[in-house]
Design a binder for this molecule. Structure first.
Ligand code: AGP
Length: 621
């Protein structure tokens, strides 16, 4: 997720771009830049680091500069450095682009353009868009289908280029031959046009617009807008005019950043269907029934041949790693163990050459996990990272890696990163299994089931108010238990952590069968027992564990498979989730536990996004 802003009007553009980018910094902040059209040339200033770093290197603004585009980046393709920062010029230097989204076929398009003699200077997918527009701008008679009558070459080149692009984009585009024109285009990423008094501002969301105007045009997918001092025209990328009505922006700045949600955590919980679509986008090959993970493509042989996998991480990432352990042993049949990074780094682990160490970290900056990576490399392991923050310390240290592509996670309590980590581990295990012994039919089955997960999560999110009532009914209980079996045992651990870290209620996650080895002594009606009792090979066993708790007066909150008739007889509170194969269930069964923790924290009046004593990234030991 990145932030784009662009302005055409009568005011000095530079300060407007900078202030707009500051409003969008929550969308991404690893690098930033602006392009200003000045005397027929495009002047670009950009840098790695936050917008304040960009401000320090900018020349003083010029009053006569009134057209420009700006960008604050959350890297998806290419390290967050100055070269990869937006805006991006095309090879002729006439076209400048800022982009929010992911171009899935950028490698194919780049290869074609390079074959046409176009040189690239960055690692980004966005440079493919600027070069594609530049190419068609210079080859407007391309195959005789040049600009339509009365259509300017700039607008036509944008349309022609966007017909080649697969993926998502919110774009703002300049052309040095058209000093009075700004073009925006949208597909799959947000783009709003603010309409002021003879001034126009394009932005990823209204946060960058509301201080200038509350009148806005919301572009739909496959639509574009051409803006000049005389006004604006909206059309499809097929050059079909589209009439748009002006709408009033009613949200406050704070509400806009939260996209109408009360907290970043709740927004990120509800983002998970889209986040997983982005995470899996372009990676599930339904035609050849395989998984495409570019970041590990050079290491698939080591990963397939290794005799041992060690997964290391902290906190929520460790819980995802435990799901990964079960996935690898089930699907790939390679011995796998999951280690707390803080322990792994000090216990003199046995690592043979050829051992694969997978380290998982949302921030890519967790000190213990980074130290574990260094330890593993020193001992000759092949180290693979599963990271969200592109170009982070851990991402840079590993031999290979898979990015989550779920955008910044602002809430301290990790939610969308967990489900994305599990999705990546699932895809990796499927691809390695396919290369060893899993049949194509099995892979096809799991790919189809993975594609259903976002919609299934949406169905669970609809129960948020029901889950809030369950939290309300148990809010006075100071000790909770979370219990699961098999693939849902790590989810029980994750549910307990979520509740602890934001509601400050003590909670413990356990394998359900462990109750009888001691913890069952704790059971009273003052200790809610949260069971994950979905349909699966251990369903009957966990029903037995539920009865053990109830027989001792315990109260049960049960996450069960929708349509399960007999579970309601043993549940004091019931949350139903859609059915799914057991090894895909963690991405579903964790959702009710995230919401339970969230509502409990809000009801207890805590700062959900910044819980006491915690930091989003633990960069110290
Ligand atoms: C999870 O909600 C916590 N914020 C914490 O346990 C976190 O998962 C842990 O610190 C690891 O962070 P990382 O994924 O950025 O390495």
């Amino acid at each position: 997720m990145c932030g784009i802003v662009a302005y055409l009007g009568k005011k000095t553009v530079q300060p407007i771009l900078i202030e707009g980018l500051k409003r969008l910094e929550y969308r991404g902040y690893d690098s930033a830049g602006v392009a200003i059209l000045r005397d027929g040339t495009i002047k670009i200033t950009k840098t790695s680091g936050r917008i304040s770093v960009l401000e320090d290197i900018l020349e003083p603004p010029r009053k006569e500069d009134t057209l420009g585009i700006g960008h604050t980046r959350w890297a998806t393709h290419g390290k967050p450095n100055t070269t990869n920062a937006h805006p991006h010029l095309d090879y002729t230097g006439k076209i400048a682009v800022v982009h929010n989204g992911i171009i899935e076929n950028f490698a194919t398009l780049r290869k074609w353009l390079e074959g046409e003699g176009v040189n690239f200077i960055t690692e980004t997918d966005t440079e493919v868009i600027s070069n594609l527009i530049g190419y068609f701008y210079c080859h407007e008679t391309n195959g005789g289908n040049g600009p339509g009558s009365g259509q300017n070459k700039f607008e036509w080149a944008v349309q022609r280029a966007l017909h080649e692009v697969h993926g998502t984009y919110g774009l703002a585009i300049l052309c040095s031959d058209f000093p009075g024109t700004l073009i925006g285009a949208k597909k799959g990423s947000p783009l709003i046009l603010g309409v002021g008094n003879n001034e126009y501002i394009l932005a990823s969301d209204a946060a960058a617009i509301v201080e200038h105007t509350t009148q806005a045009v919301y572009l739909a997918d496959n639509e574009m807008v051409t803006i000049t001092p005389e006004g604006f025209s909206t059309k499809t990328i097929d050059n079909v005019s589209v009439s748009k009505v002006l709408k009033e922006i009613e949200f406050s700045l704070e509400q806009i950043e939260l996209d109408g949600f009360e907290h970043h955590m709740l927004k990120e919980i509800f983002e998970q269907p889209h986040a997983l679509e982005t995470c899996m986008g372009g990676r599930l090959d339904t035609r050849d029934n395989k998984i495409v993970l570019g970041g590990v493509s050079n290491y698939l042989r080591e990963l397939t041949k290794t005799k041992r996998i060690i997964i290391t991480a902290c906190g929520t990432a460790w819980h995802a790693g435990l799901v990964g352990e079960f996935l690898f042993e089930n699907l790939v049949r390679i011995p796998t163990e999951t280690e707390y990074a803080s322990e792994f780094r000090y216990r003199n682990p046995v690592i043979e050459v050829g051992t694969v160490v997978i380290c998982i970290s949302q921030s890519g900056e967790t000190a213990d996990t980074l130290a574990a990576v260094e330890q593993a490399k020193e001992r000759g392991a092949t180290v693979v990272g599963i990271v969200n923050a592109v170009g982070s310390s851990i991402a840079r240290q590993t031999d290979a890696g898979i990015y989550l592509h779920v955008g910044p996670e602002i809430g301290v309590a990790s939610t969308k990163a967990f489900t994305a980590q599990v999705a990546v581990l699932t895809m990796l295990a499927l691809e390695l299994g396919r290369r060893k012994h899993i049949s194509s039919d099995q892979v096809e089955f799991y790919i189809k089931e993975l594609l259903k997960i976002p919609d299934k999560i949406n169905k669970i999110l609809e129960q948020s108010s029901n889950i809030k009532k369950i939290a309300q009914a148990n809010i006075d209980k100071e000790n909770w238990l979370f219990l699961g079996r098999g693939f849902n045992y790590p989810v029980a651990l994750e549910g307990a952590l979520k509740l602890k870290e934001i509601s400050y209620i003590h909670a413990e996650g356990l394998p359900a069968a462990e109750m009888k080895h001691g913890p069952i002594a704790l059971i009273t009606d003052k200790m809610p027992a949260v069971f994950i009792a979905t349909k699966g090979p251990q369903y009957d066993k966990i029903m037995g564990n539920i009865e053990e708790v109830r027989a001792r007066g315990g109260k049960t909150i049960i996450v069960a498979t929708e349509g399960d008739e007999n579970i309601s007889t043993v549940a004091d509170h019931l949350i139903s989730v859609p059915d799914a194969p057991e090894l895909l269930q963690p991405m579903l069964t964790v959702i009710p536990l995230q919401l339970l923790a969230y509502h409990a924290a809000v009801l207890r009046g805590h700062d959900v996004d910044k819980p006491r004593n915690l930091a989003k990234s633990v960069t110290v030991e």
